[in-house]
Write a protein that binds this ligand. Structure first.
Ligand SMILES: [Zn+2]
Length: 244
């Protein structure tokens, strides 16, 4: 379902055939640390996205969605979901335990990137992104494909009752000790409720595998960030320029 591509970037196998128009990928520790933002051209080069600028976020664990009609570079707005239907705009979210979700609507040629930790999941950031793709960018939920990248698994996401109680019971495991929340499961449930049929989940736990991933929890907050991106590529004619 997922495969490791060049530079340690996890890719969705199913989307390989869309390489002509779609850039996407989930970085791992091997790709590098994105805690400090590289320039747009470096990000585009790492993810083999061609000529493009970026539209990324100041993530605040909210349910907020923004639409990017042009790259905005370093002027990152506070939000946790971003969508676009404009070629040459690379969307992205940074994570280290929270779950990155990439959404692609292949017929409408619209895409979105979502940062979903427990707060954002409870706030409904992912359903908001599906709704945004539909309402703002003309996508149909039925055509949307979702890829849920590496993040903290139910194996390691131990939480207090005050957090567990905010999730539907089916996503909370409580075997005598502290409750554990299955964030990826909760996100899959939300996508199904939104009518998204094709959902691919990496089920790779960042906390279990700090050799491959950055984990905020496993490394007590002193860690790097992975970057997950999605965007529509520019047509490859040389005369075309990135929108600015
Ligand atoms: Zn784990």
């Amino acid at each position: 379902m997922f495969r490791l591509g060049t530079r340690g970037i996890l890719r969705v196998e199913r989307w390989d055939g869309w390489d002509g128009w779609l850039a996407h990928g989930f970085s791992t520790r091997a790709t590098g640390d994105f805690l400090r933002w590289p320039g747009d051209s470096e990000i585009a080069s790492v993810f083999q996205a061609g000529r493009c600028g970026t539209a990324m976020l100041r993530q605040v664990h909210s349910g907020r969605w923004v639409r990017a009609d042009a790259p905005w570079g370093a002027a990152r707005p506070e939000a946790d979901a971003v969508g676009s239907a404009t070629p040459g705009v690379l969307l992205g979210v940074r994570t280290a335990d929270c779950l990155p979700v990439l959404l692609v609507a292949p017929r409408s040629r619209a895409v979105a990137a979502v940062h979903a930790g427990w707060r954002g999941t409870v706030a409904g950031v992912l359903p908001r992104a599906v709704q945004g793709l539909a309402a703002d960018l003309g996508a149909r939920p039925r055509e949307i494909e979702a890829a849920v990248g590496p993040g903290i698994g139910a194996c390691c996401f131990e939480v207090g009752e005050e957090v567990a109680s905010q999730f539907p019971e089916r996503w909370v495991a409580d075997d005598g000790g502290k409750p554990h929340v299955d964030l990826a499961g909760a996100l899959e449930g939300q996508l199904a409720d939104c009518g998204v049929r094709m959902v691919m989940t990496a089920r790779l736990c960042t906390h279990c595998d700090v050799e491959r991933f950055f984990s905020h929890r496993a490394e007590a907050g002193r860690t790097g960030r992975m970057l997950s991106v999605v965007g529509l590529k520019q047509a490859s004619r040389r005369s075309r320029r990135c929108p600015r």
